[in-house]
Design a protein around this ligand. Structure first.
Ligand code: FEO
Length: 368
């Protein structure tokens, strides 16, 4: 995932009257900075690992060396995965289950397991006395900002949506259920481990609700590559035909793809149309890459089609259907043309546009 805005690795220190806990650590190469930031903390009792990916657990060995009395608090799966990355003494683990509480004195940590956000180990931590929910990757954004709190602006929302699109999108059915659990808590602050902290909890929950929710929108995402402009001509004809039928179209030239934007476009499109010339018997390599990406992200799209030009034969359509096999797609009649599109192919593209528009009307409550 490109991170043009940088990122942050957030670790949170919670002081109770009796105990002190650190929630998450940071990427190993930033460990010196973390140790500097908490240099005045003489005793650390707990290091909560909400998710074991190394950008949050990488500094754990360093912290365990410095704070020899500290226990690692994590899920059972978290313990297993941590042992895969590091050799840690089992006696230093406290394994927690869903709903377990840790008393720090006048503050309490409550753990809610939420597996597959985006690894099987994940949990979030609720601090009821501060109405704060620590969520690690969930609600995160790759956005390095001098502001601790999220600014109410489009850029923050865009970075958060890019993060959702690339990292969380494949797990939206799990996340949908977890959003309901979170909504039932009294939360005034959402503190992820990447990007800014959210004070406007309702807005970020609403945004996530809209991203995970079905149905998809009356929209076609159209990633394509063209070599001699024949496929481009087909993309333009299809785009025009779809626009005339009130269907929103988002074309993507895959020559230099912006993966964040392509993943974002896939969040709510009802149809994916892939445009490619035939290259050595199959789709263009950039198209294959985009198709694999779409298959990994498992977007909520319901329909797909392949369009493109060729000089002679090949199996591009079969190849793309197979690559996209993990997405539940109904493939519509492809439109392939030898050389440049002529009347016959123009008519076929108009028919494809008509079919897509009709299919979208069949999706209940679709909206632009
Ligand atoms: Fe930020 Fe899944 O690590």
């Amino acid at each position: 995932m490109p991170i043009p805005d940088g990122t942050s690795y957030n670790a949170y220190l919670v002081h109770g009257a009796n105990k002190t806990a650190l929630i998450d650590t940071v990427e190993a190469k930033f460990g010196v900075g973390l140790l500097r930031d908490i240099a005045d903390i003489e005793r650390l009792d707990y290091i909560v690992i909400q998710h074991t990916e190394q950008d949050h657990s990488g500094t754990l060995p360093l912290l365990l060396d410095k704070y020899s009395q500290a226990y690692i608090v994590t899920t059972s799966k978290g313990q297993t995965l941590l042992q895969q990355w590091f050799d840690l003494p089992l006696g230093r683990f406290i394994v927690v289950k869903d709903g377990d509480r840790l008393d720090l004195g006048d503050r309490t940590l409550v753990f809610y397991t939420m597996p597959w956000v985006h690894w099987p180990d994940t949990m979030v931590t609720y601090l009821p006395e501060e109405r704060t929910l620590f969520t690690c990757d969930l609600f995160g954004a790759h956005l390095a900002s001098s502001d601790l709190f999220a600014e109410d602006n489009d850029h923050t929302l865009e970075a958060t949506k890019h993060y959702y699109a690339v990292i969380m999108q494949p797990f939206r059915s799990h996340i949908g259920k977890y959003l309901d659990r979170i909504a039932a808590l009294d939360v005034g602050l959402i503190a992820p481990s990447h990007g800014p902290v959210f004070r406007d909890v309702e807005s970020i929950l609403d945004a996530y609700h809209s991203w995970v929710a079905d149905p998809p929108k009356n929209k076609v995402v159209l990633p394509f590559v063209t070599m001699h402009d024949s496929t481009l001509a087909m993309v333009e004809i299809l785009t025009e035909e779809l626009m005339q039928r009130g269907v929103s179209v988002q074309p993507f030239d895959l020559t230099a793809p912006d993966i964040n934007r392509l993943a974002e476009a896939l969040v709510d499109a009802a149809t994916i149309v892939i445009g490619s010339p035939l290259v050595l018997g199959g789709a263009h390599p950039n198209v294959l890459y985009a198709a694999h990406l779409a298959n990994y992200l498992k977007p909520k799209a319901r329909f797909a089609a392949v369009i493109g030009s060729l000089g002679w034969g090949g199996k591009m359509v079969e190849q793309l259907v197979e690559i996209l096999s993990d997405v539940k797609l109904e493939f519509l009649e492809p439109v392939l043309c030898k050389g440049i599109p002529r009347e016959k192919e123009r008519a076929a593209l108009a028919t494809l546009a008509e079919t897509i528009a009709e299919k979208h009307k069949g999706i209940e409550d679709y909206s632009l």
